[in-house]
Design a protein around this ligand. Structure first.
Ligand code: GLU
Length: 486
C-alpha cells in the first residue's frame, strides 16, 4: 500500500439482507475509491453472534456483485480475526487507558434505574476505575467475570466530518464504554477501530447513524496512539412516510429489485442520486460518468426520500438504452418461466424474440413488463379483455373483421406497408374511419386494447397466425351473437 492510496470499505453486518441504505453507502465508497484509483474493501462484521447469520453473507455479496460493486480485497470476516484484537486490548489496559470492570449486570441495571429516576443520563459510575491492584488480582483469582472499559478523558472532542463539517461533543456525553470482554474478544467499536487501522482504511464513509460511534472510536484511536482515518457521514434514506428505510419496516432486499424487473445499472444510478447530485440537473448518469464526477463534497447531508416512481422512470431510460439483443437474452428465460413458450422453441426463433423486444421496449418500465405485455406473441389462445370485447367484438364490426381477413389473405408480402394499405383500402371501401377497423382488429389479434402499433404486431406475427386469429375472433362474435339471440 502506498502512503497516499485511498482505501475505503463497506462493513455490512450479516443480520439481514443488503438493503438500499447499505447498498447506497457501498456505492458511495466504491465510487470514491474508483474515482481516485484507490481500493474498495468488503468486511463482514459478524462478531455479534446472536445477531449474525452466516447464511446471509453470500446473498449480501451476491447483491453487491449484481449492482456491479466489485471489491479489491476481502471479504474479511471479523469472526476469523478474533486473536488479532487481544494485543490492542492488552495495550490499553497496560497504558491505563482502559480498566477492568467487575460490576455485575444487576448492579449496572440498578445503577441505570437510579439514574433514570434522578433524571440523569445513564452513565457508568466508574465504580471500578479506582480498584487497587490487590482488589483486581483477588477478583481475577476468583474468576470474577469482567469487561474492559475505555477511560474517556475529560474535555471535548472535535473532528472535521467530510460531509457534515466540524462536529464537537462534550466527552462527558460518552460513558466509559465496554470495548472487550474478559477473554479479550472485542465489542463492536473496538473491532471496527482495529480493523480499520490494520486494513489501512483512510476514509470511513458510512451512514450518519454512526456519528456517535465515531466519537467513541476517536477516543479508542487516541488511547491507542493511532491517527484516526477521515470520517464522512452520509445521509440516511427515508421512505415516503419519512421513516428510516429498514428491514423491520419491510423494506426490500436489493436482490428483490432485480426480481421485480429493475436493471442493476438503473438501481445503481438511482441510489447515487439519493443524497448526492452532480450539481446540475442531469439524472441519467452511467457508471463511468459517475466515477469521473463523483465527489464527497457534493453529498447533501439532508436525508433523501426514496421515490419509487423516479426509480421506474430511470429504469425505463436504461431499458431504452440497452441493446435489443441484451434485452432478449434477459427476457428469454422470463417468458419460459412464465410458461408462454419453451427454451427449445426460442432457440430457433431469436429474430422473432428480438422483434418483440424491440416493439415493447418503449413501453416497458420494468423488465417484467416484457413478460406481462408479450403473452399474445407466443400463443393465440388468450381471452379477450372483457370490457373492450363488449365494445369491439360485436356484430356491427363483423364486416370489418371479415373484410380484413379477405384482404390480408390476398397479400403475399406481409409487410407493414402492405398491411396498412390493405386496411386503408378497406376503410375507404366501407366509408368508415380507420379507427373503426383498427380497434376491433387489435383486440382480435392481441386480446388487449393497448400495445405497439397494429401493423408492427401484424407483421411480426405473420400471415398464417394473423388469419387464424381473425377467424377465431369472427367465430367468437358469431357464437356470442347466437347465444344472445337464442
Ligand atoms: N456494521 C456496521 C453496519 O452495518 C458498519 C459500520 C461502519 O461502517 O463502521 O452498520
Amino acid at each position: 500500500m502506498s502512503g497516499s492510496e485511498i482505501r475505503v470499505r463497506i462493513a455490512p453486518s450479516p443480520s439481514g439482507y443488503l438493503h438500499v441504505g447499505t447498498a447506497r453507502t457501498a456505492i458511495f465508497n466504491w465510487l470514491f475509491a474508483r474515482h481516485y484509483g484507490g481500493k474498495f474493501i468488503v468486511r463482514i462484521e459478524d462478531t455479534d453472534e446472536t445477531r449474525s447469520d452466516a447464511r446471509l453473507v453470500q446473498p449480501i455479496l451476491d447483491a453487491l456483485k449484481w449492482l456491479g460493486v466489485d471489491w479489491d480485497e476481502g471479504p474479511y470476516f471479523q469472526s476469523e480475526r478474533m486473536a488479532r484484537y487481544k494485543p490492542y486490548v492488552a495495550r490499553l489496559l497496560e497504558s491505563g487507558n482502559a480498566y477492568r470492570c467487575f460490576c455485575t449486570p444487576s448492579e449496572l441495571e440498578a445503577e441505570r434505574e437510579k439514574a433514570m429516576k434522578e433524571k440523569r443520563p445513564p452513565r457508568y459510575n466508574r465504580n471500578c476505575l479506582h480498584l487497587s491492584q490487590e482488589e483486581i488480582d483477588r477478583k481475577l483469582s476468583q474468576n470474577a467475570p469482567f469487561g474492559v472499559r475505555l477511560k474517556i478523558p475529560d474535555g471535548a472532542t472535535t473532528y472535521d466530518d467530510l460531509i457534515l463539517g466540524p462536529i464537537t461533543r462534550d466527552n462527558n456525553e460518552i460513558e466509559d464504554l465496554v470495548i472487550a470482554r474478559g477473554d479479550g474478544t472485542p465489542l463492536y467499536n473496538m473491532a471496527v477501530v482495529v480493523d480499520d487501522h490494520e486494513m489501512g482504511i483512510t476514509h470511513v464513509i458510512r451512514g450518519n447513524d454512526h456519528v456517535s460511534n465515531t466519537f467513541k472510536q476517536i477516543h479508542i484511536y487516541r488511547a491507542l496512539g493511532i491517527e484516526p482515518p477521515k470520517f464522512g457521514h452520509v445521509p440516511l434514506i427515508l421512505r415516503p412516510d419519512r421513516k428510516k428505510v429498514s428491514k423491520r419496516l419491510g423494506d426490500k432486499d436489493v436482490a428483490e429489485y432485480g426480481h421485480e424487473g429493475i436493471l442493476p445499472e438503473a438501481l445503481f444510478n438511482f441510489l447515487c442520486l439519493l443524497g448526492w447530485s452532480p450539481k446540475d440537473d442531469r439524472e441519467f448518469l452511467r457508471r463511468e460518468e459517475l466515477i469521473r464526477i463523483f465527489a464527497l463534497e457534493n453529498v447533501n447531508p439532508a436525508n433523501p426520500i426514496f421515490n419509487e416512481e423516479k426509480l421506474l422512470a430511470l429504469n425505463k431510460e436504461y431499458i431504452k438504452d440497452t441493446p435489443d439483443y441484451k434485452l432478449a437474452e434477459m427476457v428469454a428465460p422470463m417468458v419460459v418461466a412464465a410458461g408462454y413458450t419453451t427454451k427449445y422453441w426460442l432457440e430457433t426463433r431469436w429474430l422473432y424474440l428480438l422483434k418483440i423486444v424491440g416493439l415493447l421496449k418503449e413501453r416497458s418500465r420494468r423488465m417484467t413488463d416484457f413478460v406481462s405485455l408479450s403473452e399474445y406473441f407466443f400463443h393465440g389462445e388468450f381471452s379477450y379483455e372483457p370490457e373492450a370485447a363488449d365494445k369491439q367484438l360485436i356484430v356491427a364490426n363483423l364486416p370489418y373483421l371479415k373484410g380484413l381477413m379477405t384482404r390480408f389473405e390476398g397479400i403475399s408480402d406481409f409487410s407493414k406497408e402492405n398491411l396498412e394499405a390493405a386496411l386503408n383500402g378497406l376503410a375507404e371501401e366501407m366509408k368508415v374511419k380507420k379507427g373503426q377497423i383498427i380497434h376491433p382488429a387489435r383486440l382480435a389479434i392481441s386480446g388487449i386494447s393497448v400495445g405497439p402499433g397494429l401493423y408492427d404486431i401484424l407483421e411480426t406475427l405473420g400471415k398464417a397466425e394473423v388469419i387464424m386469429r381473425l377467424e377465431r375472433s369472427i367465430k367468437y362474435v358469431e357464437k356470442k351473437e347466437g347465444r344472445n339471440n337464442g
